[in-house]
Write a new protein. Structure first.
Lengths: 84, 411
């Protein structure tokens, strides 16, 4: 079960040619760097004119859900699921 | 030269997408639901859940009885649509003759393109490989290949999940002989029962039946059935860029137990009218015929009737008033309903409809368009009818994953 976090984060992304969306490489949350080891899924959501990209990623075995507001460039750690 | 049609069908689609997004769900029986309560239904079951005989449309209580370890996951339509957009983009690279049949199914006519890839099987294999690489290892598809849409779908269904199958011409006689009529897409339970009563149980028997009999029983559709029975299917693909205009626009809602009181269902109906009107304005249509109906009990009878407005409209309030006229016509007056819906037909393009000269209508139109602009900018929930706030709160999902505190309540 995911635990809600909803806290702003800094993100390190790569804009790769031909990729449908920027690739999330790493993020910083609470003064700690999290390197993305794999991306499970990226999907697009829309609220009015605002478009979000929602990343479900793996960092050292834990799953993190990160939301990117494409309009204002903000990144938010939305939820996480740590290994038991 | 016969056509080469590919039917691409995603396997356990919604459940696979959830398993892709959340690795802890992989390899476990999951059921995607509207709301994870016992009174909801399973919209999609994972392969693991299907092994426990959990099926689509099964009530949650029944699914939990069949598979006590079933994990219920609330559906996230935006996530599925987003993945659909991506797999459609992949399919567009193979042919322009692409029909998007549903959120998880598509037909491709690759008659011209297949030789370039080394044959239809090679095209199908490449599509499946790209899905795995670009969408994720859990999101798999089954490909059926045949000369017509119905047979491509049929052969795909026999190779599920994560498979590929082709129907060659020489295999057709055996397929017709061994396939029950109900296995073909487009032959539902009622048509199947009528065919059974006429002694027609297999496709071969359907092909052997007289064309005149089938036409008399099923009208023009009988001719299509006869063609299928003879191993032919000339149903054309409807390419995605040539989607025909809508015949009607409608919304219905299955109500949670708390909202089944008829008085509360009317509040939901008002909201549905608003949604229908907004969609019509977005599509650029106005409509005259308003159909409204409800269902009594979970599997009880459905009652519905329609009325025709004096002039075409795209106003939710006008539709709601018409619904009241319709509800008055229905002799049954239940205290509780499990489903309520509205649809508007007899559509005409807004730009071909004369503007009303009445100031009240013009004000209403300006108001609707102002509300549309607000919703376009800030989202559909940014401005709502006051009555809809009597039902609160709006269910919230976090990335599509259910949080225990979220539920629908009466305000």
């Amino acid at each position: 079960m995911l635990t809600a976090v909803n806290e702003p984060i800094d993100a390190l992304v790569i804009y790769r040619r031909g990729a449908p969306h920027p690739l999330l490489h790493a993020f910083r949350w609470k003064d700690r760097r999290y390197d993305v080891t794999s991306t499970h899924l990226v999907h697009r959501e829309r609220e009015g004119e605002t478009i979000y990209l929602v990343y479900s990623v793996n960092c050292s075995g834990d799953t993190y859900v990160v939301r990117h507001n494409v309009g204002n460039g903000r990144w938010t750690l939305e939820a996480l699921e740590a290994i038991d | 030269m016969s056509h080469v049609i590919l039917h691409v069908d995603m396997d356990s689609y919604f459940a696979s997408v959830e398993q892709q997004a959340c690795p802890s769900l992989r390899g476990r029986p999951i059921g995607v639901t509207g709301r994870p309560t016992e009174r909801s239904i399973v919209v999609a079951a994972s392969r693991e859940a299907k092994r426990h005989r959990v099926g689509t449309g099964m009530p949650v209580w029944e699914a939990l009885k069949a598979c006590p370890q079933l994990i219920l996951v609330p559906g996230n339509p935006e996530r599925y649509l987003s993945v659909t957009q991506r797999f459609v983009e992949i399919l567009k690279e193979y042919t322009a003759l692409l029909e998007i049949y549903s959120v998880d199914e598509a037909f491709l006519d690759v008659t011209q393109e297949a030789p370039k890839y080394g044959g239809a099987i090679a095209v199908g294999e490449e599509i499946r490989r790209r899905f795995r690489e670009e969408l994720g290892e859990c999101i798999t598809a089954t490909v059926g290949i045949a000369a017509g849409k119905s047979f491509a779908k049929l052969i795909g269904a026999r190779n599920k999940p994560d498979g590929i199958g082709r129907l060659d011409d020489e295999e057709m006689p055996e397929l017709l002989e061994s396939t029950p009529v109900g296995d073909v897409c487009g032959i539902g339970r009622r048509i199947e029962d009528r065919l059974h009563r006429a002694g027609i149980r297999t496709l071969k028997e359907l092909g052997d039946a007289s064309e005149a009999f089938l036409k008399r029983e099923f009208g023009v559709y009988g001719l299509h059935l006869h063609e299928i029975g003879q191993g032919r299917d000339s149903t054309p693909l409807v390419p995605y860029m040539e989607v025909p205009p809508p015949k009607s626009v409608g919304h219905s809602k299955s109500l949670p137990p708390d909202l089944r009181d008829f008085r509360l269902a009317l509040i939901v109906l008002r909201d549905l009218c608003d949604q229908v009107a907004r969609r019509m304005r977005r599509l650029g249509y106005m409509g005259r015929t308003v159909h409204c109906g409800f269902r009594v009990g979970s599997i009880g009878p459905h009652y519905g009737k329609q009325t025709t407005l004096a002039l075409p409209s795209d106003d939710g309030e006008a539709f709601y008033e018409a619904c009241h006229v319709v509800l008055e016509k229905i002799p049954v007056k239940p205290e509780r309903v499990s489903n309520i819906g509205v649809s508007v037909g007899n559509l005409v393009a807004t730009d071909r409809t004369p503007h009303s000269l009445l100031e009240t209508d013009r004000r209403r139109d300006r108001l609707n368009r102002a509300v549309d602009r607000i919703r376009d900018r800030y989202g559909d929930r940014s401005i709502r009818l006051g009555t809809s706030l009597l039902v609160r709160p709006i269910p919230q999902h976090v990335g599509g994953f259910f949080m225990a505190s979220d539920d629908l309540e009466i305000g």
